[in-house]
Design a protein around this ligand. Structure first.
Ligand SMILES: *[C@@H]1O[C@H](CO)[C@@H](O)[C@H](O)[C@H]1NC(C)=O
Ligand SMILES: *[C@@H]1O[C@H](CO)[C@@H](O)[C@H](O)[C@H]1NC(C)=O
Ligand SMILES: *[C@@H]1O[C@H](CO)[C@@H](O)[C@H](O)[C@H]1NC(C)=O
Length: 299
């Protein structure tokens, strides 16, 4: 737990290049490009994943990012919902290309960021990447992309971001950096308390991002981050959705039983009617026989 990263602090634009959950959702995004980013049908539950800053700071490179992605899958963390592999600061080159576009650091990311994104996506995970504040412009730019992109605002909690963050991003950090000691954690919890009321109103969420070296997780740490009950608390709405689904299924089953019963009742009534008709025929037959008997006796 010591290295666990408070993702509220995470400074990133998360490029979830695989995020078109359903074509309908993608279509809605294009239909209503001016809607709040929260309506991009992603980030409805707190994002789960990993972020490089807490443990590695600037000591990052494409090899360890790939290995981290490998481990997130092989440890089973991906299956539990940890899907974002977030590269924090220090990935970029100081130079831009001739078109003025950002470039990855050629020494630490020699294959380029696109190749790394492809690698991570091929594992069924999503790639996140960091840049500093510039939120309305970035928000507009991301809205123009051909797929929903999770946008985590980074303005370090200045300027009362909980009041307006939802207009530009899917989440927003509310404080400065956390460090891995108790005091830092408590201080940040206190700082976030003032936002509690606001969080309720604007779909409050606390991302669940692992901050340690996933390639070397001690068992006691793994037991915590892989604890499905803890994850369930964090992902409450996803769980509620599941519960809803169960209730819907129950309702459907009840309806089916009711239908069967109605069907059975109808069948039973039909059988009784049939029996009644047979009984009438039998009675008529017996009467007929009786009559015939009387007739022959009278003769
Ligand atoms: C997308 O649009 C369709 C049709 O307008 C609507 O039925 C559906 O609920 C929308 N979905 C979302 C996630 O907004
Ligand atoms: C990549 O980063 C990791 C973690 O900081 C480090 O152990 C490793 O030596 C680096 N590899 C290269 C090729 O720079
Ligand atoms: C046949 O005769 C018996 C005895 O005489 C009588 O009770 C009965 O009603 C008669 N049945 C019919 C169908 O006429």
């Amino acid at each position: 737990m010591e290295k666990t990263y408070n993702s509220m602090l995470s400074l990133m634009v998360v490029l979830c290049l695989n995020a078109c959950i359903a074509t309908v959702e993608c279509k809605n995004l294009t239909d209503h490009p001016r809607r709040s980013l929260l309506a991009n049908a992603i980030g409805l539950t707190p994002p789960m994943g990993w972020n490089s800053w807490n443990h590695f700071h600037c000591e990052i490179n494409e090899t360890m990012i790939k290995e981290t992605a490998d481990e997130i899958v092989s440890t089973g963390l991906a299956k539990l919902g940890y899907q974002y592999v977030n590269i924090d600061d220090c990935w970029a080159s100081n130079q831009r290309n001739s078109k003025g576009e950002l470039l990855g650091n050629e020494v630490t990311f020699p294959s380029g960021m696109k190749a790394l994104a492809d690698y991570v996506h091929d594992k069924g995970l999503k790639l996140g990447i960091y840049s500093s504040a510039g939120y309305p412009k970035m928000s507009r730019a991301l809205r123009k992309a051909d797929r929903p992109i999770f946008y985590s605002l980074c303005e370090w909690g200045w300027g009362e971001v909980p009041k307006w963050g939802h207009m530009f991003g899917n989440s927003w950090r509310t404080t400065g950096d956390i460090v891995d000691n108790w005091n830092s954690m408590i201080t940040i919890a206190d700082l976030n308390e003032v936002n509690a009321d606001m969080q309720d109103r604007v779909h409050g969420m606390a991302p669940l991002l692992i901050g340690c070296d996933v390639r070397d997780i001690p068992k006691e740490t793994m037991d915590i981050i892989a604890n499905e009950e803890i994850i369930a608390v964090n992902q409450e709405e996803r769980m509620m959705e599941k519960r809803m689904k169960v209730e819907e299924r129950m309702e459907m089953k009840m309806k089916k039983i009711e239908e069967n019963m109605k069907m059975g009742k109808k069948k039973m009534e039909e059988k009784m009617e049939e029996g009644r008709r047979e009984m009438d025929i039998l009675l008529a037959f017996m009467e007929e026989m009786n009559q015939r008997g009387n007739n022959s006796r009278e003769k």
